[in-house]
Design a binder for this molecule. Structure first.
Ligand code: GDP
Ligand code: IMO
Ligand code: MG
Length: 429
């Protein structure tokens, strides 16, 4: 049976949470494989709204959630999130959440360094979520990270903290920020250990067993291809690989188990934080998209920058992310706009290209090549079948399919779980 990987095809907040929650009814296990609590996934189920950052969106459906080794895990943020969703009536225990024992941890030094560095960058800041994601991934690659399994080994943990603090306190001091004491951090971690260790296991074994018994696995991406540390608008990116290929390494399964790759894109474009955004709108239409789409960051509350659909960029995301089918979300936000614009390429230094070049300086000079389409006066909000869509909305979707070179397999027409139009079942492979 086919597995499915869900990834963002723009700059995040495409509605991955809603789509994963919807698909989770047909999955057995939902796995997060990268990112951390920089992610903010909003799920609307009837009267309830769930905001998830670390918990795999499948937990709302009562499915087994797995946090893979490719994630960076803030233990205190996880426990706070579990308490939050418990207050909403969900139960999260080791019976429905398993965490890779080799997952690297985010410690209080990481957000401190993240924020101190952003402050030092001034105008050139990346606009990170300030959650310590970058510094935690740096520690993993530098082989000094504290991993979940280390919490069961107090002596090793104590030695590792010495090395970690030597590095971080030097940097923090240089940036004029407060430093951290070892005993305090050690005490905090040892106090958290009995609450966290019951969730820990070699999740690769469970996923291997699931594979052999024909269970369906849904890999839930966070962030998006244009925030990928290699393929995105570097350096204005996050610090992990967000492409579907990373689901294998970030969960501990073979590349053939990733299954069908579903890319999620909004029917327009948004971005939080700094960095190039060729189709950004600074006018009334941009403000209207922001208002109608409630475009405020789930994690930081910052207003999201809004612009027209960039088909050139999504086409690139489809290619590098291995996207086989696209989900177009928030079509309803375009209701009532007289004219719509699609970006089909960029004019850069007098030449027209169909890709976003690697240099951020060149990206800043990219001028969109526009194609105009007629909008629709009717409503798509809450539509659950293709037949309910105005003809111009169908044309818009069809044109996007042509431009991005991938079929649209699902359409989302409101935040609500069931306001979804199915054109093809992603689990059919
Ligand atoms: P994610 O990070 O990709 O999971 O996306 P977010 O949850 O951060 O942001 C998407 C926002 O759009 C959330 O508030 C969703 O409830 C909302 N949303 C998702 N799909 C639709 C849709 O089709 N129409 C509208 N109007 N809102 C949607
Ligand atoms: P979801 O999963 C949108 C952005 C930040 C910043 C850059 C780096 O909800 O789509 P980081 O804290 O990761 O070092 O910040 O990445 N960013 C996101 N933007 N949605 C997200 O997640 C994001 N996660 C990080 O705004 O520009
Ligand atoms: Mg989000």
């Amino acid at each position: 049976m086919a597995n499915v990987a869900v990834i963002g095809a723009q700059w995040g907040d495409e509605g991955k949470g809603k789509v994963v929650d919807w698909l989770a009814s047909r999955a057995d296990i939902v796995v997060r494989f990268q990112g951390g609590h920089n992610a903010g996934h909003t799920l609307v189920v009837g009267e309830q709204t769930y905001k998830l950052s670390l918990l795999p969106s499948g937990v709302v459906r009562g499915k087994l959630g797995v946090i893979g080794n490719g994630v960076v895990l803030d233990p205190e943020a996880l426990l706070a999130e579990i308490a939050r969703v418990s207050a909403q009536g969900l139960s999260v225990t080791p019976a429905n959440l398993r965490i890779a024992e080799n997952v690297p941890l985010i410690l209080p030094v990481h957000p401190a360094l993240d924020k101190a560095r952003e402050a030092a960058r001034g105008e050139a800041r990346i606009g990170t979520t300030g959650r310590g994601i970058g510094p935690a991934y740096e520690d993993k690659v530098a082989r000094r990270a504290i991993r979940l399994s280390d919490l069961a080994e107090p002596e090793l943990l104590s030695r590792k903290l010495d090395e970690l603090l030597l590095h971080h306190n030097t940097l923090l001091r240089g940036l004029g920020a407060d430093t951290f004491g070892k005993q305090d951090l050690l005490d905090r971690l040892l106090a958290l250990a009995p609450r966290l260790l019951p969730f820990a296991e070699p999740v690769w074994e469970r996923l291997d067993e699931a594979h052999h018994s024909g269970k369906r696995v849904l890999f839930e991406g966070a962030q998006a291809v244009m925030l990928d540390v290699d393929h995105g608008t570097y350096p204005y990116v996050t610090s992990s690989n967000t492409v579907a290929g990373n689901a294998a390494a970030g969960a501990g399964v073979g590349p053939k188990q990733i299954g069908y790759v579903l890319g999620i894109a909004k029917a327009y474009t948004t971005r939080v934080g700094s960095g190039p955004f060729p189709t950004e709108l600074h006018d009334e239409i941009g403000r209207r998209l922001g208002e109608r789409g409630h475009e405020f960051g789930t994690v930081t509350g910052r207003p999201r920058r809004c612009g027209w659909f960039d088909a050139c960029m999504v086409r690139q995301a489809v290619k590098v992310g291995g996207v086989e089918g696209l989900v177009l979300t928030k079509l309803d936000v375009l209701d009532g706009l007289r004219t719509l614009k699609l970006c089909t390429g960029y004019r850069i230094d007098g030449e027209v290209v169909r890709r976003l070049p690697a240099s951020v300086a060149v990206q800043e000079r990219a001028e969109p090549v526009w194609e105009e389409m007629e909008g629709w006066s009717g409503s798509t909000r809450g539509a659950r079948s293709y037949a309910e869509l105005p003809a111009e909305a169908v044309k818009y979707v069809r044109r996007i399919e042509e431009l991005v070179e991938a079929p649209v397999v699902l359409l989302s027409t409101s935040p609500e779980r069931d306001d979804t139009i199915v054109l093809r079942d992603p689990f059919a492979g």
